[in-house]
Design a protein around this ligand. Structure first.
Ligand SMILES: N[C@@H](CCC[C@H](N)C(=O)O)C(=O)O
Length: 322
């Protein structure tokens, strides 16, 4: 009997995925996560495994691949043009985090990814990072410095910026955001952490739970290259023991809903602190479905305010692609 067009399209897509992944046969990989934001990790010291978007999507496929929100390739900075440019700024940024979203698209930055990347470099014996030491790495969002912390690893994520720095931003809204499950569009604030985010505050945890994130929320105006959208509920009272607390769910550009987003947690703290005004703290716990990450603001050496993100990093498995 003839197959329906839908079934045969699904089967040829599946065959394509299998073939795409097969062309990487024999390549060693690890699987890791930071608060449930999970990644396929590949060490590529010879810079021979640059991947197509289709290969990345095949490896990140949760049914036919290894499965992950993204893929991270560890490659020497000297072997990529964007890495060589960073080495001119800081010759110690020997390793470059080549990060891709699960759909194969590039993103400038991944906050949970940086911690997992460094943990992977250590696990592979490619770098050492003793207590009190700092490691410098290259990313498409610039050079990042990482040290060990009580909760895992702490990363200087660099300065934050409003994406639409207008008068309206100072009045706390630059976009309207709608999502299934929310009755009316809500105000959002777009923040760059190297990559784009739009943060929406909700009043109640029940509203956060009712928000449907299967589909990308509609953001207007949308940052030029798309955006990650964070729905957040500030704790009541907001501050306890000097820390502000936020609960967050996220829809990531190029992925869908994830268990956690490090840059999203930083953007959420920027937005909630901005909305809360001058008395808001500089230290934040951000609860995400996959755990807790911490965000702190501090004066960077470049005269701008920087954001520190800290949290755990775990390697769960290593193997070889069949
Ligand atoms: N999960 C990441 C962010 C990954 C990139 C994002 N999807 C984008 O396209 O910008 C994080 O922990 O920051």
């Amino acid at each position: 009997m003839d197959q329906t067009p839908a079934v045969s399209a699904r089967q040829s897509a599946a065959a394509e995925l299998t073939m795409t992944a097969a062309s990487l046969s024999g390549v060693a990989f690890s699987k890791g996560h930071g608060t449930g934001n999970d990644f396929v990790l590949i060490a590529d010291p010879g810079a021979v495994h640059d991947m197509t978007p289709e290969q990345v999507a095949a490896l990140c496929d949760r049914h036919r691949g290894i499965g992950g929100d993204g893929l991270i390739r560890a490659v020497p900075s000297r072997d990529l043009p964007e890495g060589r440019a960073l080495l001119e700024q800081d010759a110690s940024a020997e390793w470059f985090m080549d990060y891709r979203n699960g759909d194969g698209s590039l993103s400038e930055m991944c906050g949970n990814g940086v911690r997992v990347f460094v943990h992977f470099l250590i696990d592979q014996g490619l770098v050492d990072l003793g207590p009190g030491e700092a490691l410098t790495i290259g990313t498409r969002g610039g050079i990042k410095k990482i040290a060990r912390s009580d909760n895992g690893y702490a990363v200087d994520m660099g300065p934050w910026e409003f994406i639409f720095p207008t008068e309206a931003t100072s009045k706390a809204m630059d976009a309207l955001v709608s999502a299934d499950g929310l009755e009316v569009a809500r105000p959002g604030l777009s923040v760059s952490m190297g990559n784009p985010h739009t943060v929406v505050a909700l009043a109640e945890l029940s509203e956060l739970a009712a928000t449907q994130l299967f589909k990308a929320p509609v953001v207007d105006p949308k940052p030029a290259n798309g955006t990650n959208v964070e729905f957040v509920v500030p704790a009541e009272p907001l501050v306890h023991d000097g820390f502000g607390t936020i609960t967050m769910r996220v829809h990531e550009r190029g992925v869908g809903e994830t268990q956690s987003c490090g840059t999203g947690a930083c953007a959420a703290a920027v937005a909630i602190r901005h909305w809360a005004g001058n008395t808001a703290p500089n230290a934040w716990h951000v609860n995400v479905p996959g755990g807790v990450v911490d965000v702190k603001f501090f004066p960077g050496g470049d005269g701008r305010e920087h954001v520190e993100l800290s949290g755990p990093a775990v390697i769960v498995a290593s193997g070889t692609l069949a």
